[in-house]
Design a protein around this ligand. Structure first.
Ligand code: 6GU
Length: 277
């Protein structure tokens, strides 16, 4: 089964965009994944093709109309009703590698991209959309965030990344940042490569890399380090879809956010990361 991404957007020509290049592009042409875009403007009903209106309560900017956005979403959901549906917004739960792994374990994703001040919140509620952010800064729309999220997912699909092992040792795979890399020349502008890497002693190399990964994580990301150090005791972040729960060897600290993503009654949409228990 092909992993299917459907993007609901006012700018369908932005897709696949950069994902048509390099390894993601090769994977796309090989059929390892597929992408289609649903043009929200195509679901407008008036002769001006209106997709937005002024916000109730006043204020700056425009809000995307619930009726138009919902019709576009309905078309994407009809094309693959078993897929989780996400709304990309800086108000969402911040994406991490565990969420990416969970998305990849499923059949694909439906990604709603907002523009202007965003989408009428009633669509998010009615469709039980999982609200996801890619970090604490503001983009002009959800489209670049959708491309980032899809890049993170697609590279983990079987047959997309070159070396199978390059998914295991990379940053965040074990909750640690990755050790630094070196190649020839062994001496460059008077800078030597760490000697252990030239020793041919595999066990020593592995030990050095592990120590470097831990040091760099401790120095740069005390938040990741605290979670890594306490990973046997503290429960990890709640899972995002049912996939992660199924593969878990212990109870999550919180229930699935989207036990059934299309069923609005199953779970409320999430606006942020819950505190670890
Ligand atoms: Cl998902 N959307 C927008 N507009 N800005 C963002 C974001 C998403 N994630 C971080 N900033």
């Amino acid at each position: 089964m092909t992993w299917q991404a459907s993007v609901v957007t006012l700018f369908p020509e932005m897709f696949p965009g950069p994902l048509g290049q390099s390894l993601a592009g090769k994977g796309l042409r090989k059929g390892r994944w597929a992408i289609d875009a649903f043009d929200i403007r195509g679901f407008a009903t008036d002769r001006h093709r209106t997709v937005d209106d002024t916000p109730f309560g006043g204020g700056a900017g425009m809000v995307m109309r619930p009726d138009v956005v919902d019709a576009a979403l309905a078309a994407a959901i009809a094309a693959g009703p078993e897929r989780p549906a996400l709304y990309l917004t800086p108000r969402g739960r911040v994406l991490d590698q565990a969420m990416v792994r969970d998305f990849v374990a499923g059949p694909g994703l439906i990604l709603l991209c907002g523009r202007y001040e965003g989408v009428d919140q009633r669509v998010v509620e009615a469709r039980g959309l999982l609200e996801v952010s890619i970090g604490d800064y503001v983009l002009s729309g959800g489209e670049p965030a959708a491309l980032v999220l899809l890049d993170a997912c697609v590279r983990l699909l079987p047959g997309v990344m070159g070396a199978a092992e390059s998914g295991v040792e990379e940053s965040h795979a074990d909750g640690l940042l990755e050790y630094p890399h070196y190649t020839r020349p062994a001496d460059w502008q008077g800078r030597a490569v760490p000697p252990v890497l030239l020793s041919g002693h595999h066990a020593e190399v592995a030990k050095w890399r592990r120590a470097e990964a831990e040091r760099i994580t401790r120095e740069r990301r005390p938040d990741l380090w605290a979670r890594h150090a306490g990973r046997d005791r503290a429960p990890s972040a709640p899972c995002v879809t049912e996939n992660q729960c199924a593969g878990r060897d212990r109870a999550p600290s919180a229930p699935c956010v989207t036990a059934n993503p299309q069923d609005a009654a199953a779970a409320p949409a999430m606006d942020g990361r819950p505190a670890a228990a």
